[in-house]
Design a protein around this ligand. Sequence first.
Ligand SMILES: [Zn+2]
Length: 255
Amino acid sequence: MAITETVHSEEEFIFDKSITCPACGEPFKTKILKSSKARRIGSDADLRPRYAHIDTLKYGVCSCPNCGYSAVHSVFSHVVGRQIENIQQEVCARFVPEDRSSWKSYSYDQAIRLHELALRCSQAKPAKDGEKAYLHLLLAWLIREKSVQADEIADTEVREAEKESCEKQADEHYLQAFEGFERAMMNELFPIMGLNQFTMEYMMAYMAFYFGKMEVAAKLLGSVLTNKSASRHIKDNALDLKDEIIRQLKQKKQA
Ligand SMILES: [Zn+2]
């Protein structure tokens, strides 16, 4: 007997919500995740979330197809007076209205485009460092995933060029995220874009490690590991990363 596996599409986990744009006043439909429908299966070492059958990160921003104003869902409606004027001048004035009615679920290119618009709006606003850094982080994660998808490209030359370009862009956003969060941690109150202090410190430790800033990473990990309020899950991640840093430092000494 043949075993049939149910094939899931991302459309099952999202729905269209009607919303009015605070920048242009036009109504439009945005894609939202159905709450509790998608099942979390884990996260990467830098806490990038992973869900079964859907990459939920693609649906992180709300974007008006009429004027281009875009932002993470939690802040989309919280934009006022002068900020709207700045966004209209910097982003909307150059935006050509788009018909996105055929977008059933988002491809990586579509999701990246919407996040890039949100980043430009956050820069125009101007938003706090935490909000801008968060968008850089989402873009780094999305573009890195686009690079993984490029493995499917048959032509070697095209594939390698695509992967190299994606990895370069992802690293640039990752660095911007790291530097932006560094400023946010000094000047803003937690939670920053929904991230509590220990989650942020662990994530920053991983990013510091990624960029070879071992002392910064060690200091942040120390803060996570000695704090009684940090969760077991975050402490376990921190211990794993600490081991990895020690292993790499030993290797360097031997080399
Ligand atoms: Zn609009």
